[in-house]
Design a binder for this molecule. Structure first.
Ligand code: 13P
Length: 304
């Protein structure tokens, strides 16, 4: 089937099955274009909790679809590509977190949304890259065990100076970790007037060279609202689709050509179609663990 036929079929099936499509900003352009909502992890979690469709097709990676199921247990949540995982979310498991918690019994435990349901279930509160600082500020303890992204932990520690942030050593996103200081020097010398916008998952040395640090949607909004007309982008290439559509006269330069997340690129129109047609790759979360993980997600959603 060619793409036009696939798009028509997807739209027909969406109506027939009362489904909505949520897509992360890192999805391929044609998948973003058929989605009802495209956004960062926070936007998509909030949408998953609010949508009244019977089916949610989640075009992203497993932890995102699981978060949608935790928030909307009565909906069928489908992950079109069953192998789309997140190595960052998989870098700490429940047993490792239990052991870490024993080392810091007086610390509050905050998990990044890029974590498994089991890790969310034994954390006090969850956060995303867009609200991490607000979430940490809302906690009335001054010691915070933060898992699993150590770069986000160090970004938070710079912003919230009255709390001790204990990171999970070695936890990082393999895509953002590909950016080198050489990439930064080259991009800045090639585009001296450009503002550099990066995700907090980049390492400190890259972050220190940036003009703005934010979630994928915050980066997209910053570029739209800025008076500047040229930007160096330090996050996965998928964000360029919306940025270029929103700002046809502005120029965008990807910080490194290696900023491609293979997991996010697994979802194609073909998979979205097949998942809707055959109700494929449905996400299930056992109720006992769902209720515990829900607590940490709901606490996050309450924070304004
Ligand atoms: P955002 O919440 O900023 O979209 O980030 C999601 C993610 O997985 C980044 O690697």
């Amino acid at each position: 089937m060619d793409n036009n036929i696939l798009v028509n079929e997807i739209n027909r099936l969406k109506k027939e099955k009362n489904a909505c499509i949520l897509a992360h900003n890192y999805q391929v352009p044609e998948v973003q274009d058929i989605a009802d909502i495209v956004g960062d992890s926070f936007t998509l979690s909030r949408a998953a909790a609010k949508m009244d469709n019977e089916v949610i097709v989640f075009c992203g990676v497993k932890f995102m679809a699981e978060s949608a199921k935790i928030l909307s247990p009565n909906k069928r949540v489908l992950l079109p590509s069953k192998y789309a995982g997140c190595p960052l979310a998989e870098c700490i498991d429940k047993d490792e977190l239990i052991m870490e918690k024993q080392k810091y019994p007086d610390a509050a435990v905050v998990c990044y949304i890029n974590s498994s349901t089991e890790v969310k279930a034994i954390s006090d509160i969850c956060c995303t890259s867009s609200n991490a600082v607000k979430v940490i500020e809302s906690i009335n303890k001054n010691k915070i065990l933060f898992v699993p992204d150590e770069n986000l932990a160090s970004f938070i520690a710079e912003k919230v100076t009255d709390k001790e942030i204990i990171p999970w050593e070695g936890g990082h996103c393999i895509t953002h970790a590909r950016i080198t200081i050489g990439d930064v020097k080259k991009a800045k010398s090639d585009h001296p007037k450009a503002e550099m916008l990066v995700h907090p998952e980049v390492s400190k040395v890259i972050r220190d060279n940036a003009d703005f640090v934010g979630s994928t949607s915050q980066i997209i909004n910053y570029a739209k609202n800025s008076q500047n007309s040229e930007f160096i982008i330090g996050t996965e290439m998928g964000v360029l689709h919306k940025m270029k559509n929103d700002n046809p006269k502005k120029k965008f330069h990807l910080l490194s050509s290696k900023l491609v997340c293979q997991n996010m690129k697994m979802t194609t129109l073909k998979e979205v179609h097949s998942s809707l047609l055959n109700t494929e790759h449905e996400i299930f979360v056992p109720e006992e663990i769902r209720l515990k993980a829900l607590n940490s997600l709901e606490k996050m959603l309450e924070i304004r």
